[in-house]
Design a protein around this ligand. Structure first.
Ligand code: ARG
Length: 251
């Protein structure tokens, strides 16, 4: 199984990023000068290519320090000839556009970007096609900003709680499974960049993620290790070890 480590948070290289998986390859190209999205597009070109190749022997897993790396992973699945749906576990929505974001945090935008909205730089440069809202499920997202709530209310994206993830909520076909660890309650995982209290326990997230894996349709997994480097890695293995084991059985 291909396990790709992308030790970055957005366009910033984090050599000390601790991840709960053992990588089979590490992507660290020196990034060119440019805007953050231009630099990320450069990085995600490598990610997309690694995922495309990784599809040949099962389900590639991509670990990075943010959620935006998912843009490269989904593009890689598309390059492999798939039309992936997206099941996105996150304490947040990641549904901002540059106009709606008050923080300006680029990591708060990737799920919206997968619909084809927002800054087009990455999509244009790596050939990422929009995923239709109807093929997206947002799991948990307990910490939504007001503009994200407004957008979700009028969008085709389905939202469900971790404990409400049933077979009939899951989209058809190939699935990109996105796990931002901050979906887990910070009581079970400290050191997160954006802790969102009041969330599900790690064991509950694990049960829901395994449900998705057991469909046998997960084509790639993204692990968003959204913690400060050196803070969480090993503890998160309680989630990733069983998920990777199940992936090995399911593919
Ligand atoms: N996946 C995450 N950790 N996202 C954090 C987003 C935080 C906040 N909603 C923002 O856009 O600024």
């Amino acid at each position: 199984m291909t396990v790709v480590l992308v030790p970055y948070h957005l366009d910033e290289y984090f050599p000390d990023l601790d991840v709960p998986v053992v990588p089979t390859s590490v992507i660290t190209p020196p990034l060119p000068d440019g805007t953050p999205w231009e630099r990320m597009a450069y990085l995600y070109e490598y990610v997309a290519d690694a995922v495309r190749r990784g599809c040949r022997d099962g389900c590639p897993v991509v670990a990075s320090g943010d959620c935006t790396t998912a843009l490269g992973t989904v593009a890689g699945l598309q390059r492999a000839g798939l039309d992936p749906a997206v099941v996105w576990f996150d304490g947040h929505g990641d549904l901002h556009t540059p106009e709606s974001s008050r923080s300006g945090y680029l990591g708060g935008m990737p799920l919206r970007m997968l619909t084809g909205a927002g800054d087009p730089t990455v999509a244009e440069r790596i050939g990422l096609w929009p995923v239709s809202e109807e093929r997206m499920v947002l799991v948990d997202a307990r910490d939504l900003d007001p503009p994200e709530k407004v957008y979700l209310a009028g969008s085709g994206i389905r939202r469900c709680p971790v404990q409400g993830l049933a077979e009939d909520v899951l989209p058809d076909g190939a699935v990109y499974l996105h796990l931002d660890f901050d979906v887990v309650d910070p009581a079970d995982l400290s050191g997160l960049r954006f802790p969102a209290p009041g969330g599900p326990r790690l064991a509950q997230v694990l049960a829901a993620a395994l449900q998705v894996v057991r469909t046998g349709r997960v084509a790639a997994v993204g692990l968003a290790c959204t913690w400060h480097p050196g803070r969480v890695g090993a503890r998160a293995r309680a989630l990733t070890d069983p998920v990777l084991a199940a992936l090995g059985r399911a593919t």
